[in-house]
Design a protein around this ligand. Sequence first.
Ligand code: ADP
Ligand code: MG
Length: 655
Amino acid sequence: MSELEFIKGIGNSTVSKLNKLDIYSVEDLITYYPYRYEILKKTSLEDEHSVVTGKIESTPTISYFGKSKNRLNFKININDYLINVTIFNRGYLKNNLVIGKTITIIGKYDKEKNTFNASDIKLEDIGDKTNINPIYHKVKGLTDKNLNKYINLALQAGYVIDYIPNQITDKYHFMSKKDALNLIHNPSNNIKLKEALIRSKYEELFLFMLKINELKNKNNIKNIGYSKNIDLDKIQSFIKTLPFSLTEDQEITLDEIFDDLKSEKRMNRLVQGDVGSGKTIVAIISMYAMHLNNYQSALMAPTEILAHQHYENMIKLFKDYDINIKEILGSTPKKEKEVIYEELKQGKIDMIIGTHALLQEQIEFNNLGLVITDEQHRFGVNQRTNLRNKGNLPDVLYLSATPIPRTYALTIYGDMDISIIRSKPQGRKEIITLVKDNSEITDVLTKIKNELDLGHQVYIVSPLIENDESDDEDIIKLERKFKLAFKNKNIGIMHGKMTPSEKDDIMKKYQNKEIDILISTTVIEVGVDVKNATMIVIFDAYKFGLATLHQLRGRVGRNDLQSYCILVTNRETKRLDIMKEVSDGFVLAEEDFKLRGSGDLFGTKQHGDMKFKIANLTKDYDILLKAKEDSGIILEEIDNYPLLKGILKDSINKD
Ligand code: ADP
Ligand code: MG
C-alpha cells in the first residue's frame, strides 16, 4: 500500500494514475507543480479573444470525422442573444452540457456567422474576478481539476516538511512552505503567487547547492592524494605513434592534467570539449601516464556501444605495448566478469573500460590511480562520488561534450577544476546543415545517393521505433522505404529495444562498412565515432532539442571529409534555424539558454538529482547564486541541522 492511499479521498486507482506521473509519496504530490497558469477574466463578446458566460439552450449535437476527431455544436444564450457554439474534440463533454446549465466559453466570436468558435469550455460561471488556474502535466483519467483536488487533500492532511532553516526564512522573509504550496496550487493573486514560487524555487536550489558544496568540501578534505611522476619522454614517444598531432587545446589540457597528477592534490577535473574535439585521446594519454607509474586506471562510459568503442580503440593504440586492457559491460558473461574481478584485485589488469557495471560493489582494485568518466553529463551528481571512492584516493577526470557557459559550470560543477578543449582538429571542414521539408524528400534521397556513390556511409535517425498512430516516420517504416529506394545497398537498423550485443554487432558491421545506411534512434547520439560516415539525416527533427541535434550532428564530420546534416521536418522551428546557422557547441549552448522555457541544462540528462521540479537554472540563476552562498554557510554548522544532514547522508555520503 502506498502512503498516498492514507489520504482520505485518494483510492488505489488514483494512486496508480499518480504513479504514472512519478508521484509516489505525499511529498511528490504536494510538490507536483503546475507547469503554467491559465489566466481567465471575462471579456465582452466582441473582444479578439473572448471569455463569456451563458446558459445552454440546446442539446449538443456531435459529428465525427477524420481518424479520431469530433465536433460539438450547441446553442447558448448570452445576455439574451442566441449564439451557436462550435468546439472540436471535446465529445466527452457532451453529457455535461445540458440545457439550462451555465457555462463559460473561451474563444472567438464570428459575428457574421453568429458562431462562437470555442477553444475551451468551463462547466461553470467563472465569476467576475481574474481566475488563475494551475495547469499540470497529466495522464489519461486525470484532469487539472481532480489533480488539484488530490494535491489539496494532501496539503490539508498536514504533511509538509520544510527544509529551509529558520535563519534563512527570516533573512528573506519567506512565507511557510505550506503557505507557499497552497498559493502555488490555489493562486489568488499574482503578487503572492510570485513570492510563493520564489520560495519553492529557492528551497529546491538550496538543497541542490548544499549537495554540491558538500561534494566540494569532501574533495578538499580528501584532497591529499599521491604525487605521480610524469615521464614526458615515454609519453611523447607514445603520442608520436598516433596518426595525428595534438591540437593546441588538447596539449594545454594535458599539461593541466599532468600538473594535477604531479601535485599531491587529488585531481578532480572536468574536461569540456565540443563533440569531435578529441577528448578521448586526452583521456587515454592520461591513463598511459598513470600506467607508467604502475597504477591501474578505469574509464567509464554511459553506453555499452561507447565503452566497447573505447576498448577497441585502446587495444589498437597499445598493441605494441605490454599493457593489459579489459572491458566490463552489463552484458559481459558472469564467468568472465568474475575473472575480471579477480584480476583487477590482483593488479593484473592495467586499464579497465566499462559502463556503470564498473560501479558495482564487488569491484575492487589493487591500486587504482585514475578514474575517468566519459560523457559525465549523462551521470548524476551522486554518481560522481561512487567511482572516486574506489581504490586508494584516485585522481578523477570527467569528460563532457556539454559546453555550458562558464558561470553555470562554476556553479553546478563548482566542486571541480575545468579544462576546455575548444579548437577542433586541423583539416576538419564545417558540417553543412540543411533543413528540408518532408515534401522535398526526393532531393534528400538524391543527396544520400551522392554520398553513397562516393563510398561514404550515412546515418538515418528517427525519434520513434515503431508507431501506427501517426504519419510520423519510425525506424520500421524507414527501413522499408530505404530498402525500396536503395536496393543494392546494405541497410541496418538499431534501437534501444535491441540487446547490447545486437547493437554492438550492428555497430561493428557499420564500422567495417558492411552496412551503408544505418537507420537508428538516438542510441547513436553519444560518442560513436565512425570516420567514413559523412551524412546524417534526421527525420521529424523538430522533435529534438538543440543539445540532442548537436550531439547527433557530431556523429559526422569526424575527419577531413565534407560532411552533411539534413534535418527533415514538416514544422519549422527556431531551433532548426539556429542549427543551420551555428556549428559551435559553446555558442549553441548559450542560444539554448536563451530559448529554453523549462528546466535542464544544455544536454544534461535529467538525471535524478539534476532534475528540477520548479527551478530553472537559467531563469533562476540569481536565486541559485543566493542558494549557493547560503548553503555554504549552513554547511559549516551542519550538525545543527539534523534534517539537512540526513539528506546529505542519504544522497552522497555513500562511502
Ligand atoms: P569527442 O571529443 O567527441 O569524444 P573523439 O575523442 O571521439 O571526440 O575524437 C573524434 C575523432 O577525432 C576521433 O576519430 C579521433 O581519433 C580524432 N582526433 C582526436 N584528436 C585529433 C587530432 N588532434 N587530430 C586529428 N584527429 C583527431
Ligand atoms: Mg567522446
